[in-house]
Design a protein around this ligand. Structure first.
Ligand SMILES: Cc1cc2nc3c(=O)[nH]c(=O)nc-3n(C[C@H](O)[C@H](O)[C@H](O)COP(=O)(O)OP(=O)(O)OC[C@H]3O[C@@H](n4cnc5c(N)ncnc54)[C@H](O)[C@@H]3O)c2cc1C
Length: 394
């Protein structure tokens, strides 16, 4: 493919960088446009790290997965009194958003990573796409990949009828250094992914790399993800509004949660969760909140334009597969473009497989969400509840 074929990627997070690297490897002239004014330092938290998410770093950069992720071999469900309800032996890897982002960006370089570029729309002809930015500039490309996440401006333009639906719950999230926890707590949480369930709620806790990338036990962070139900009307709006009256959506960032909500959350943790799990929650200084949404699309390819990652599907996080879905979208797109000289044809060939992965994953994660947050029937580590992208295996 001649390097004069220009690819514009809007959104410079994990999906955008992965697809950018893969298409550049194919010989395209790739530029990534990111809205944030600076490189995205220190954003995000822990991630279950599945093979499709790690694949570029492992296969193309020779990265040893154990250098960029922590791992555990045990899934452990605790009773309220801290005794073990169930254990199952499964190896999982975990990382942090900033560990993977930093490594991918290092690989991509900054020459064609344009920050402070907020895309506001596009227009396409048979031969090219023009992308318009908020600063009044525009650029042309032969392929536009929209990797602009949950609130994708391009999804709104392409599929105005596709609406996010609030799941009925949010994730309270936090991270705390292992060193800051009581020794007994750090030891209890460091060697497994720990779950606790009670009426209409569940929490999971696992170790992730430290901000400096260290994966050495004792120096990692302990990451908590606690799913709690908030009514869509008053409760959710009240929670997601900061002290200055600003409503955040879908993420209430660290430091923005009002004291009354943080105090309620910590008191609830002490009252309802096993002690070691409550410790991990309450020792965290700056918890943050992500509202959980569903969004399914029926198209991802539109001529010379495609939607990828969270810009296409928003899936509940229970399979830990969001970044793996983005990775799988990116690898399949590179394969389709390598196989077909025509960009619109390649996108058409690529679309059905990615729609199927998104639909299957949406169905499974909705099933898990209902079982935990509504029906109270998820309380053992079933095959359905394992972290994985596809139905057929990890
Ligand atoms: C509670 C919770 C837990 C999760 N846990 C996991 C997990 O364990 N494992 C996992 O794999 N996934 C997990 N996910 C999902 C995962 O975080 C997402 O799937 C993933 O981050 C999506 O990456 P992305 O690059 O598509 O989107 P994003 O990371 O949202 O990136 C979009 C980028 O586009 C930029 N942008 C937006 N609009 C514009 C614009 N107009 N112009 C230019 N740039 C723009 C943004 O600034 C951003 O950098 C979780 C999600 C939640 C809510």
């Amino acid at each position: 493919m001649p390097s004069t074929t220009r690819v514009a990627i809007v959104g410079g997070s994990l999906a955008g960088l992965t697809v950018g690297l893969l298409l550049r490897d194919l010989g395209y002239a790739v530029t990534v446009y990111e809205r944030s004014a600076h490189k995205l330092e220190q954003r995000g938290a822990g991630l279950g790290f599945l093979p499709d998410a790690a694949r570029y770093l492992v296969e193309r950069c020779g990265v040893d997965i154990d250098d960029v992720s922590t791992s555990t071999d045990t899934i452990r469900y605790l009773n309220r009194d801290g005794t073990v309800a169930h254990e199952r032996q499964v190896r999982y890897h975990y990382t942090s958003w900033f560990t993977v982002y930093g490594r991918l960006l290092e690989e991509f370089g900054s020459d064609h990573y344009r920050v402070g570029m907020e895309a506001v729309g596009f227009d396409q002809t048979d031969d090219t796409v023009r992308i318009d930015f908020a600063d009044g500039t525009s650029t042309d490309a032969e392929l536009l990949v929209c990797a602009d996440g949950v609130n994708s401006v391009f999804r709104r333009q392409l599929l105005p009828e596709a609406e996010r639906r609030y799941s009925g719950y949010v994730a309270w999230r936090g991270m705390v250094p292992e060193e800051a926890l009581p020794r007994v707590t750090a030891a209890a949480l460091g060697d497994a992914i720990t779950y606790a369930f009670y009426a209409n709620s569940h929490i999971l806790v696992y170790p992730i790399p430290a901000p400096d990338g260290s994966v050495v036990p004792g120096h990692r962070l302990i990451n908590t993800v606690w799913y709690r139900n908030y009514d869509e009307g008053g409760d959710l709006a009240e929670l997601m509004t900061d002290d200055r009256g600003v409503r955040h959506d879908p993420t209430l960032p660290p430091g923005a949660a009002r004291a009354v909500h943080v105090e309620e959350m910590r008191a609830h943790a002490r009252a309802r969760l096993p002690k070691v799990v409550a410790d991990a929650v309450t020792y965290c200084d700056d918890p943050f909140v992500q509202a959980v949404y569903d969004l399914e699309v029926d198209r991802m390819a539109f001529g010379r334009v495609c939607l990828l990652g969270d810009a296409a599907f928003i899936m509940r996080p229970h399979a830990a597969a969001g970044t793996a879905k983005a990775g799988a979208d990116a690898w399949a797109l590179a394969d389709a473009l390598a196989a077909s000289p025509s960009i619109p044809e390649a996108l058409r060939a690529w679309e059905p497989g990615q729609l199927k992965i998104g639909r299957d994953l949406t169905a499974r994660t909705q099933r898990l969400g209902r079982a935990s947050q509504v029906e109270g029937t998820w309380n053992t580590p079933t095959d359905d509840s394992l972290f994985r992208l596809r139905d057929e295996g990890p």
